[in-house]
Design a protein around this ligand. Structure first.
Ligand SMILES: Cc1cc2nc3c(=O)[nH]c(=O)nc-3n(C[C@H](O)[C@H](O)[C@H](O)COP(=O)(O)OP(=O)(O)OC[C@H]3O[C@@H](n4cnc5c(N)ncnc54)[C@H](O)[C@@H]3O)c2cc1C
Ligand code: SF4
Length: 308
């Protein structure tokens, strides 16, 4: 039996989360999580739908910092004059997610917290049963590596790469209070527990302090629409010449290389990125090609910086 709840305030949502502890799922736009439910990868009985909480839907700039409510849709972000003018990297990343119809309901909070993916896990229950399942579900081995300990499912959030490259901070609310932390700190390099969030956390706001001097964004995928990323690279250089290059889709969490431009070389950037990416054969694109494309994208970014 499923029970649907539609709180109209964050306070109500948090009290429901406490009440249904361990047996609820948060819905934002629902574009991702509904598929998990259909595939019986999410079987919690209670659904807490955040779409009735108006205070979570906003785009505002205060004292030079952009604040995005977690329930702002990707379409609203793409259409915002403020974002197009001052934060085009965010608009570009949002535009690369899914399809125009999905972006009308998909939210920025849901995109940042989208679950990790793997071609052996994101399948129907019948398919998974046929394969013998895997470590992340009810099986005992990883179908990719044959290992019994580690899962390498991929973080695929495109806007996470862009917002980490912009040094974004997030606000989380729990029944115990409010926390603010750098967005990059909520991701863990683990394919099973990939989000570092306290119990009953609701992401409420994303704050972006940096208007970069330069930005760059590129996504590798099979088709130009609909497909999840096989590799996303977002990069910025700020007014203090600090480069922030963030890769996603190639490891369990986004990989950030942050360094001043005067000490960065193309070789050490590629070495740092490749060393931290635990890229395995769990995407539709072949492993060797995806690994090679990391070098290609980083080289393209490096060349674009030299030209500017
Ligand atoms: C065909 C298709 C293509 C897609 N392509 C892409 C793609 O290219 N790139 C990409 O990144 N994604 C893609 N997605 C996944 C998804 O559509 C997007 O990531 C979308 O932005 C998720 O937002 P949502 O609001 O629908 O999240 P939901 O599906 O509602 O939620 C996603 C997850 O986040 C949690 N959550 C959501 N909001 C909060 C909050 N405020 N606080 C705490 N937890 C929260 C939910 O519990 C859930 O686990 C695709 C999905 C489909 C169906
Ligand atoms: S990487 Fe291995 S354990 Fe993780 S979801 Fe894929 S098959 Fe399962």
């Amino acid at each position: 039996m499923d029970y649907y709840h539609s709180p109209s305030s964050i306070k109500d949502a948090l009290s429901m989360a406490g009440k249904f502890s361990g047996n609820y799922t948060i819905f934002a736009g629902g574009t991702d999580i509904q598929i998990y439910r259909k595939q019986q990868l999410d079987t919690n009985e209670h659904i807490i739908d955040l779409s009735g909480i108006d205070e979570l839907n906003s785009i505002a700039t205060k004292e030079g910092i952009l604040h995005l409510g977690a329930m702002t849709t990707l379409d609203e972000i793409i259409s915002s004059d403020e974002i197009q003018l001052h934060y085009p990297l965010i608009a570009e990343a949002a535009k690369s997610v899914a399809t125009p119809v999905l972006r009308k309901t998909a939210t920025i909070g849901g995109n940042l917290l989208v679950k990790n993916r793997c071609v052996f896990y994101n399948q129907s229950q019948a398919w998974r049963n046929g394969m013998g399942s895997c470590l992340r579900d009810v099986g005992t081995i990883c179908q990719v590596t044959g290992g019994k300990k580690d899962c390498y499912s991929r973080n695929v959030s495109d806007t996470a790469a862009a917002l980490i490259a912009l040094g974004a901070e997030i606000t989380l609310m729990t029944p115990d209070g409010i926390t603010q932390k750098p967005l990059k700190d909520i991701y863990l390099p683990c394919g099973i527990k990939f989000h570092n969030l306290e119990e009953h956390s609701i992401l409420t706001q994303i704050s972006v302090p940096i208007k970069p001097k330069k930005w760059w964004y590129k996504k590798l995928r099979l088709r130009k629409t609909l497909d999840f990323t096989s590799l996303t690279v977002a990069a910025t250089v700020d007014i203090n010449s600090i480069a922030r290059v963030c890769l996603n889709g190639v490891s369990m969490s986004p990989i950030l290389v942050e360094q001043t431009m005067d000490t960065l070389t193309q070789e050490n950037l590629t070495r740092q990125a490749r060393k931290n990416c635990k890229t395995v054969d769990n995407d539709l694109m072949p492993l060797k090609y995806r690994r090679e494309m990391i070098n290609v994208f980083l080289e393209e970014w490096w060349d674009s910086i030299e030209i500017i």
